[in-house]
Write a protein that binds this ligand. Structure first.
Ligand SMILES: [Zn+2]
Length: 171
């Protein structure tokens, strides 16, 4: 297993749509193990493959620190099959450091996909697991939280990034 590098905004790969996994081979299995290790190492509750530079529809998640009803799972080719309600919640993202913004999501969702063993699985529920799943599925479609907040807030974040970069360049 290995801790992988997490791509940071504005890396262009974060804007790309990921492809469906056609075959769960050794490479996919290894990737999922590495994503799991990377997520725990970074103290995240979810991670999508494009965040580690692989444009495949794979998500790993463990929201148990916030909701003990849901522990670790990996889901391949996840698709939302039902959704209900609305909720607004402050989200962060390992690919968008120092950004905590309120994002509107569905309150309850059901997601269908494949397990590592290739069998059909359903995951979901309400609250944090629903929010995290929508956040990670967004990544598979090239969307980050900055795309879900106001233009003004997005500009403020971009300017902050630019300033920090300038600081790094001038020692
Ligand atoms: Zn994220």
């Amino acid at each position: 297993m290995a801790v992988l590098e997490i791509l940071k905004y504005p890396d262009p790969l974060l804007k790309k749509r990921s492809e469906k996994v056609e075959r769960i081979d050794e490479g996919v299995k290894r990737l999922i193990q590495d994503m799991k290790e990377t997520m725990y190492y970074s103290s995240g509750i979810g991670l999508a493959a494009p965040q580690v530079g692989v444009l495949l529809r794979i998500v790993v998640m463990d929201v148990s620190p916030l909701d003990p009803k849901h522990d670790f799972f990996a889901i391949i080719n996840p698709e939302i099959v039902s959704e209900e309600g609305e909720i607004e919640h402050e989200e962060g993202c390992l690919s968008v450091p120092d950004c905590q913004e309120k994002v509107k999501r569905r309150e309850k969702i059901l997601v269908r996909g494949m397990s590592l063993e290739g069998s059909e699985i359903e995951v979901g529920g309400e609250g944090i697991v629903a929010i995290a799943l929508q956040h990670e599925i967004d990544h598979l479609n090239g969307t980050v939280i900055l795309d879900r907040i106001s233009r003004l807030k997005r500009e403020i974040y971009r300017n902050k990034l630019k300033k920090e970069r300038r600081k790094e360049e001038t020692p």
